[in-house]
Design a binder for this molecule. Structure first.
Ligand SMILES: [Zn+2]
Ligand SMILES: [Zn+2]
Length: 354
């Protein structure tokens, strides 16, 4: 029994160290961070290839097509995606994005626990008490994920329905090809999302923990980071042409990555739909009437972009500079127009006689 246990621990350690993307060490900030980022990108891609080839072999390959790794790779990496202008803009944004992400790492895992500890300090322990142990750890993870899921949906709903915020979120939607490497997000949009998820999600998750009488534990935070890495490798499929689905029944509970490409569709019937997060709950889209369940064959007809009028040369974010600057200009216009509406310019009565 002991042999099995120690073997299990060794396997877990191997997976953690070599296969799961995780945070960078802080000893030599610049190089260690750059190298860790590259290694993490490669690890993430490794999982995309393994899972992607399995999906290709089982569901996509035609009956008479011979299965080979080469055929699988050709399907996973079509040249027309990786030579598109939109892909180049994404790639040029990568270094900036890693710097931004660095500041946000692990904050979510801590947030809910800290809020729970603060609530106990402020109001005393809750009347319910879940004894420390595996059940309490599981509950802490569930509440943390749930809090983040609700907060993220709220951010996304606002990003699509409030014109000022849409201008910044549009940077994520102006991509014209989807690929699992990295899809750009405007820094302002990213900061707002992190605020929602880390602060809002932390308060919601911590509040639920407090009400249920779950005490924060360090073990839950470690397990949470591990789970996030696992979920991350599934979420990667949200920006790809590989249809990752959980199956008919589970798709009614969890948001499958396959629904996300429709969120990027420029077609009017798909706009502002499927706002949830892959692996999160599908119920939020159901409640807010924003769910679009894909029909067979519909995926092939998607045109990716922020709208049908803003494609190719008309794409407002066709260069990195435009992607970065255009949202400020457009959001500024919205603010000025609003100011104008709030205080209409008074026209003197005599004006009519001029
Ligand atoms: Zn969106
Ligand atoms: Zn997306």
């Amino acid at each position: 029994m002991n042999i099995i246990e120690s073997w299990f621990v060794q396997v877990m350690q191997f997976i953690w160290t070599y296969l799961v993307p995780h945070g960078s060490s802080t000893e030599d900030p610049f190089w260690s961070f750059t190298i860790t980022s590259l290694i993490n990108a490669a690890k993430g891609y490794f999982w995309f290839m393994i899972i992607g080839i399995v999906i290709f072999a089982l569901y996509i390959r035609k009956g008479d097509q011979k299965m080979s790794v080469w055929a699988g790779l050709k399907h996973l990496f079509p040249a027309k995606i990786y030579t598109h202008r939109s892909f180049k803009v994404d790639m040029m944004w990568v270094p900036f994005n890693y710097v931004l992400r660095f500041t946000a790492y692990a904050a979510l895992a801590l947030g809910a626990g800290l809020v729970q500890i603060w609530l106990v300090g402020k109001f005393g322990p809750s009347t319910l008490q879940v004894p420390a142990g595996v059940f309490a750890v599981v509950l802490q993870i569930v509440f943390t994920l749930l809090g983040a899921d609700i907060a993220r949906f709220a951010w996304h709903y606002q990003a699509h329905h409030v014109p000022f915020f849409w201008e910044f979120h549009k940077g994520h939607h102006s991509v014209e090809v989807l690929h699992p490497l990295f899809i750009r997000t405007h820094p302002i949009d990213q900061i707002i999302r992190l605020l929602y998820m880390n602060v809002g999600g932390g308060i919601l998750g911590g509040g639920m923990m407090y009400l249920a009488g779950v005490n924060a534990s360090a073990l839950a935070i470690t397990a949470f980071v591990f789970l996030r890495a696992f979920l991350g490798s599934i979420q990667r499929f949200e920006h790809s042409h590989i249809p990752f689905s959980f199956g008919k029944t589970l798709n009614n509970i969890f948001y499958p990555p396959f629904y996300h490409p429709f969120h990027h569709s420029a077609r009017p019937e798909h706009r502002n739909k499927n706002l949830g997060r892959p692996c999160g709950l599908i119920i939020w889209d159901k409640i807010f009437g924003t769910l679009h369940v894909p029909k067979p064959g519909e995926f092939e007809n998607i045109i990716f972009g922020s709208s049908l009028e803003e494609l190719g040369d008309n794409n407002p974010h066709r260069t990195v500079w435009r992607f970065l600057s255009n949202p400020f200009i457009e959001a500024g216009k919205i603010l000025r127009a609003k100011k104008g509406n709030a205080r209409p310019i008074e026209v003197p009565e005599s004006a009519g006689t001029l």
